[in-house]
Write a protein of this length. Structure first.
Lengths: 215, 475
């Protein structure tokens, strides 16, 4: 009997996985220029598309993209859900209220520091140690850094992360010349991939986001 | 192809030259090629025949093993049936024979009382001898005598009449008394009849049991003699049992699936949701373990009740210990049923909470949406289901034991059947390979028919020297 127990113990230990199956998501919300008008819609997408997909143990952070986004103050809210579903539901409800408050705030920045927000988001993601890390960018992806602001990404800045560009608003120039829009997206893709991103994908429909965050 | 042309500019001439060369080569190589074909045919047919023979022998030995197993199973079954009937007979006889002296004494008592009553019925006061006749004679004397005589005669007549009346009265009283005694005997007769009826029933039951034992013994004899009829009957019975237990197990697995789904979600409230075992969330594994524990507790309970016998060691335990294990198993089942019941209620709450959250996040006010789950019926239904399912799952031990017991026969039968089919196919392939190779040899000869005909003409129509095979001979 002892022998059987001794054999069973390592077997059970082998089976129990150390892999972290939790998911961490960072939503970057652009509040600069014309994209600031999209904020209520973006908050609605986060509430209906991302928040319900979060499972107990998952983490969600919302970061604002403005003039200088690499600031702790740009973190609009963040949470790691409790392992108990009942508590997790309560946390989600509280976070939704927080997001509603963020949506009602009238703010519009002159510049767009996308990379700063992404660097901040990547740091939060790395801290969670989640098995699957995703950055969802709600922006027109037109970066416009203020003078004196430098953003240099580390080679492994987005190592193992998935970056989803959601609700990318097309600028007037993009309508006139779609190639410019496509070139901008391609440039971002190249930049993310070269800094370790696992995947870069442009998501047009909110339903697609649901599928991508399924785990 | 073109690289083979001798004269690339003249393909027709090149092809003709190649054909002529091939004819010459094939004609020259005819004998060794025929030998090669013959060897190939032998090898292929031999290999297939070996496979067929092996399959057949293994199939026969498997069928023999199956037959032995079925016989052993049948023998054990018949022995247990006979033992059970003997046990019943023993119990019945010890009970009935224990009652027999009492019944016998009761019957003796009743018969003695009946005899006494009968005798009492027969006893009555004797009438004085001749007195009645004398009185009658005097009374019949003529009345034309003197007054004194007449008066005397009248007196005698009246006294005779009164005497007769009195005698009739006494007779009636005696008859009534006898009737009363006889009436008192009726319950005793009934009691006697009932006792005789009881004895008759016991005897009929004993005769019935004897007939059953006879039938079992006949079957047992047939099994002992290893009669084909008995083996077939037992094999068919095993198959029936296997199919029935498979169906019941299928239903039980369905129940286990429902049970699992009922507790998997609320289990995440009890165990950490983040960690996983083998890629599965711990809550799911925990729910699975609970279901399996219910099955295990059920198996032990059934074992202790003597319904199944998975573990022979447990049969040897004293009755007190068996009772303890039974109590622990049933207690465990009750606890698990209660846990499941509470988890089912928790599940409903979680589902409600999740629905409310989704509605809230989507901006739908709960009051605006009709709430069909407002009644307590789903909660009560889930709770009852959560309580009942473990007990139903506990019953799975019975079909499981039958499935395991009869599974061996099914496996061996299937194996023997498959091997027999493979053997037959291999035999067919052996024959097919032999004739295929012979056909190829004939095709070879057809290809070089022109040089062969020339040779025949040159040799005067005789058999070619060194021909590898005779006409019509097998390769």
């Amino acid at each position: 009997m002892k022998k059987v127990s001794l054999l069973a113990l390592p077997l059970l230990l082998c089976c129990s996985s150390n892999k972290n199956y939790a998911q961490a998501v960072v939503a970057l919300v652009d509040v600069s220029g014309t994209y600031a008008d999209q904020k209520p819609e973006v908050v609605n997408v986060i509430k209906t598309g991302i928040l319900p997909k979060m499972q107990p143990g998952d983490s969600l952070f919302v970061i604002r993209i403005d003039d200088e986004s690499y600031k702790k103050a740009n973190l609009e809210g963040g949470m790691t859900l409790d392992v108990r579903p009942s508590k997790a539901n309560a946390q989600k409800l509280a976070f939704a209220t927080q997001l509603d408050q963020f949506a009602t705030k009238h703010e519009r920045s002159r510049h767009t520091d996308i990379r700063g927000a992404m660097m901040l988001g990547a740091e939060y993601l790395k801290e969670t140690g989640a098995g699957q890390s995703t950055i969802v960018v709600f922006s027109d992806l037109e970066e416009d850094l203020p003078k004196g602001v430098k953003r240099t990404l580390a080679p492994d800045e987005f190592a193992g992360m998935r970056i989803l560009a959601m609700n990318v608003k097309k600028l007037n120039a993009d309508n006139a010349n779609p190639s410019a829009y496509r070139a901008r997206l391609a440039s971002w893709q190249q930049q993310f991939k070269s800094h370790g991103a696992k995947e870069f994908q442009v998501v047009l429909a909110a339903d697609k986001l649901d599928e991508l965050l399924e785990h | 192809m073109e690289s083979l042309y001798l004269w690339p500019a003249r393909p027709a001439a090149s092809l003709l030259a190649l054909w002529l060369l091939s004819q010459l080569f094939c004609w020259a190589a005819r004998a060794p090629v025929h030998r090669a074909f013959r060897s190939l045919g032998r090898v292929l047919a031999g290999a297939f025949r070996i496979i067929a023979r092996w399959c057949r022998s293994v199939s026969v030995s498997v069928a023999k093993r199956d037959r032995e197993m079925v016989l052993e199973m049948g023998k054990g079954d018949a022995e247990s049936k006979v033992a059970r009937e003997f046990h019943r007979v023993e119990v019945s006889f010890s009970k009935e024979l224990g009652r027999y002296p009492e019944m016998h004494r009761k019957m003796d008592d009743l018969i003695a009382r009946l005899d006494g009553d009968y005798k009492e019925c027969g006893s009555s006061a004797p009438t004085p001898p001749g007195w009645a006749e004398a009185t009658a004679a005097v009374a019949k004397m003529p009345a034309n005598v003197d007054n004194v005589v007449k008066k005397v005669l009248e007196e005698i007549h009246s006294s005779a009449k009164s005497g007769e009346k009195k005698a009739l009265q006494e007779y009636r009283e005696a008859t009534a008394k006898r009737h009363k005694i006889l009436g008192g005997m009726a319950p005793m007769w009934k009691e006697l009849k009932q006792l005789a009826g009881d004895a008759g029933k016991s005897v009929a039951a004993a005769v019935e049991t004897t007939k059953r034992i006879d039938a079992h013994m006949t079957t047992y004899e047939q099994i002992r003699k290893a009669e084909d009829k008995a083996v077939r009957a037992m094999g068919w019975q095993s198959t029936q049992l296997f199919v029935a237990s498979l169906l019941v197990l299928g239903v039980a697995i369905g129940g286990a699936f429902v049970n699992f789904n009922l507790i998997a979600l609320p289990m995440s409230e009890l165990v950490p949701a983040g960690s996983r075992i083998g890629g599965m969330p711990v809550s799911t594994v925990a729910a699975l373990v609970v279901v399996l524990m219910e099955v295990a507790a059920g198996i032990f309970a059934m074992e202790m009740l003597g319904i199944t016998s998975f573990f022979p060691k447990l049969d040897l335990l004293p009755a007190s210990r068996r009772r303890i294990i039974l109590a622990v198993s049933l207690g465990g089942l009750l606890m698990l049923a209660c846990i499941e019941c509470s988890l089912a209620i928790l599940r409903e709450q979680l589902v409600d909470s999740a629905t409310a959250l989704k509605q809230s996040l989507a901006g739908i006010h709960t009051k605006a949406v009709a709430d069909p789950a407002a009644s307590r019926i789903p909660v009560v239904g889930q709770a009852v289901l959560g309580f009942i399912l473990p007990w139903i799952l506990a019953m799975v031990a019975v079909p499981l034991e039958t499935l395991i017991a009869t599974g061996g026969h099914i496996f061996l039968t299937l194996t023997a059947g498959i091997l027999a089919v493979v053997g037959t196919v291999a035999r067919l392939l052996a024959n097919g390979a032999r004739y295929l190779v012979e056909g190829l040899r004939h095709l070879y000869d057809i290809y070089i028919v022109i040089p062969l005909q020339i040779e025949r003409l040159a040799t005067g129509g005789g058999q070619r020297a060194g021909s590898p095979v005779k006409q019509g001979a097998r390769p």
